[in-house]
Design a binder for this molecule. Sequence first.
Ligand code: COA
Length: 320
Amino acid sequence: MRAKIIGVGSCVPEKVVTNHELTKTVDTSDEWIRTRTGIQERRLSDEATATSDLAIVAAERALAKANLSAQDLDLIIVGTTTPDTLFPSVACILQGKLSAVKAAAFDVSAACSGFNFALTTATQFIENGLYKNVLVIGADTLTKYVDWNDRGTCVLFGDGAGAVVLTASDDGSGVLASWLKAEGHLSDKLIMPGGGSRDPGQKNGRFITMDGKNVFKFATRVLEESILAVLKKANLETKDIDLLIPHQANSRIISHVVKKMDLPNEKVFVNLHKYGNTSAASIPIALDEAFAEGIIKAGDIVVLSGFGAGLTCGANIIKW
Ligand code: COA
């Protein structure tokens, strides 16, 4: 029994902020941001919009495509590090709002790797027969946690949510293999220091702190490592990949790995110019767009690979 994706949906806030607009408030330029990151614009949620508000729209869209109702769900897992509240989880908020009465619900905290960690977790529940229908979401509103005076981080992030509905299937398609990794010794390289139990009063600040160069080095190393690892687990080779959807953080990270692995550009999906780094949402948003554009066809081999704070990295390989 495999975990097969039968519906994909996404949601981004309406408000677009271009690189040019950022130059009005911070010492940066459109050229610097484009050439160093590939980002042209990002979406910002307003004060009244929390992570679950974006997640629920993505979830409803994915359920509609899957032709399932929320009452069919056995489990909801949300990958997020920007929950509405420290508790309850975003997954429980969604379970209540969707009236998914028989679904268990919990969040997974793996930052930008959150969607892959959540997808791998959901896959285990399906493969071992415990659950049939599982909703997996990646959703984040990191723009609420960036210092808009720190040009090293504020240009990078955007908000959004993406969702997939998984069902148990024995038709040969679905998640073929998964691979997850953590390098906790690098935990200080990308961190939200305030707001947790070590600093509930946020004396250490409430903004994302990042060592960009070290995160860059980690990302290029583990993106390749994760892709090769899931391919090996699935008994496949690089040439078998029909589409790679990497975490949409920085086009230089993606092109470095694509070049090293000798992957044709047309086999790599990139939409970060429109959204920036939407953290756990980036891969399912990209998956939704790739599917809507008709890029993914039945039988295709699709690799999803992401990296993020922790530092963490995770990949899943799917036969569509
Ligand atoms: N606009 C203009 N100049 C900027 C800038 C900005 N937004 N941000 C930094 N700079 C400046 C720096 O101050 C520095 O100036 P200096 O040479 O006078 O000191 C110069 O540009 C180079 O900065 P540096 O940090 O070396 O740039 P970089 O090439 O490493 O690129 C990142 C910075 C953040 C784009 C890059 O390190 C990166 O993408 N890292 C990974 C980040 C990431 O993906 N995080 C999320 C992981 S999920």
